[in-house]
Structure formats: C-alpha cells, structure tokens
Design a protein around this ligand. Structure first.
Ligand code: DX5
Ligand code: ZN
Length: 218
C-alpha cells in the first residue's frame, strides 16, 4: 500500500489551518512537516508552535522531518506538540542511535533520514530502532527541486536491507516526486511518498494525490 504525505512547505502559510484540514478529504495519508533551522540546511521554515497549530486542524498522522542540527535537543518538544513520526538526519547528530531511542521514549515513531550523499550502510546497526527510513531524493532545504535519479539504486538497496531485517519499517522518499518519479520510486521499493509541489501546486489536490497513487501502483 502506497501512502502519500503532502509536504506543507508548499502550502499557503497564511492559511495553514484550512490547507491542512483539506488534506484528509483529498486522500492524503500523512501530513509531512518540514522543520528547518537555517544551519543544517540553508533555509528556515517553521517550528514546534506550527506543529501544535497543525495538530488542531487534522486527524491525520503528522510526519515531522527535522532538518536541524542536534535534533536530540528538540525531540521532546516536537513529540509534545503532537508529532506522530519524528525523523532525524543521520548527518545532524553525533549520536544517531541515542537520538532514535529518545524519539521512541518520547512516544513517537522514529525515522532516520539520509541525504543524497550518505551511504545506506549507516542503517546497518540501527534498524531495530527505527519505524521509518527516509531517503532524500533531493538535497534538503527547498521544495520544487529536481529528483536525483541515482537515488533509485539507494532506495532499492534500502528496501533489501529492510526486508532482510524482518522489521516492519516504512521506506519514505522526499523531493521531486511527481507522477513520473512516483512510479520509479515505488518500483524501487518506496512505500511512503512525500510530495510538496505536486500536490499543493495542482488545481485539484485530490486528483493529484490519486494520480500519484495510481502511478505508484506497480
Ligand atoms: C525538502 C523537503 C521536502 C520538500 C519537497 O527539503 O524535505 O519535503 O517540501 O518538496 P517537492 O515535493 O516540491 O520536491
Ligand atoms: Zn521533507
């Protein structure tokens, strides 16, 4: 089953309540929330206050993607704000294993994110600590970038690692996902697709989500 997680980075920030509230009826499975600190990535987006506000406007699970240095410092606050999944970048912490443990202790599902240049080998000893692996298919920081095709090989490799581990772990992709790339990433083994511009840039969001799902049915 393919799940679609629209990224609210591409939504109208001045109308966030309605933007988020419309997603469930449009067929979204999760709401993807991009948190950027201007240090780990060259952009600043939103913080735990916005997560709390979004929480009040949807019953969908909140998939919080932390693009921040030393994410362990804020895990408790994002969990308290209502995050269901909290994903931390492998590159952003010296203690990935500990950070993932902190996410679960805080009551959220734990995700680990890999930048395009990061080897999937970093997952080798932590698969028992994660509920989700997020393979970045662009360099994090901005919406609307072009999909990096070399990531298809990484997605397939991570899919094999997950299947061999025997754990129930979601494989998510983020960046440059449209109908065409949705088919490719799903064929490579991804089952959760983040989409910012492809959903919020469409006239009809329900149709855009359905189109992503139908292309990903392989
Ligand atoms: C990039 C973010 C993505 C972004 C995706 O740093 O992590 O979630 O919003 O946007 P699109 O789908 O437009 O590439
Ligand atoms: Zn993201």
């Amino acid at each position: 089953m393919i799940k679609i997680a629209p990224s609210i980075l591409a939504a109208d920030f001045a109308a966030m309540g309605q933007e988020v509230a419309s997603l469930q009826a449009a067929g979204a499975d999760l709401v993807h929330v991009d948190v950027m600190d201007g240090r780990f990535v060259p952009n600043i987006s939103l913080g735990q206050g916005m997560v709390q506000a979004i929480r009040r406007n949807t019953a969908l699970p909140l998939d919080v993607h932390l693009m921040i240095e030393e994410p362990e410092r804020y895990i408790g606050e994002f969990a308290a704000a209502g995050a269901d999944v909290i994903s931390v970048h492998a590159e952003a912490t010296r203690h990935l294993h500990r950070a993932l443990g902190l996410v679960r202790e805080a009551g959220a599902k734990a995700g680990v994110v890999l930048n395009p240049a990061t080897s999937p080998e970093v997952l080798r000893y932590i698969l028992d600590k994660v509920d989700l692996v997020l393979v970045m298919t662009v360099n994090p920081g901005f919406g609307g970038q072009a999909f990096i095709p070399q990531m298809l090989e990484k997605i397939a490799y991570v899919r094999r690692m997950i299947d061999e581990s025997g754990y129930a772990i979601d494989l998510e992709v983020d960046g440059g996902i449209d109908a065409r790339t949705a088919r490719q990433v799903a064929a490579a083994g991804a089952n959760v697709l983040v989409a910012g511009s492809a959903v919020f840039g469409a006239q009809d969001r329900a149709q855009a989500i359905e189109e992503l799902k139908s292309h990903a049915r392989v």
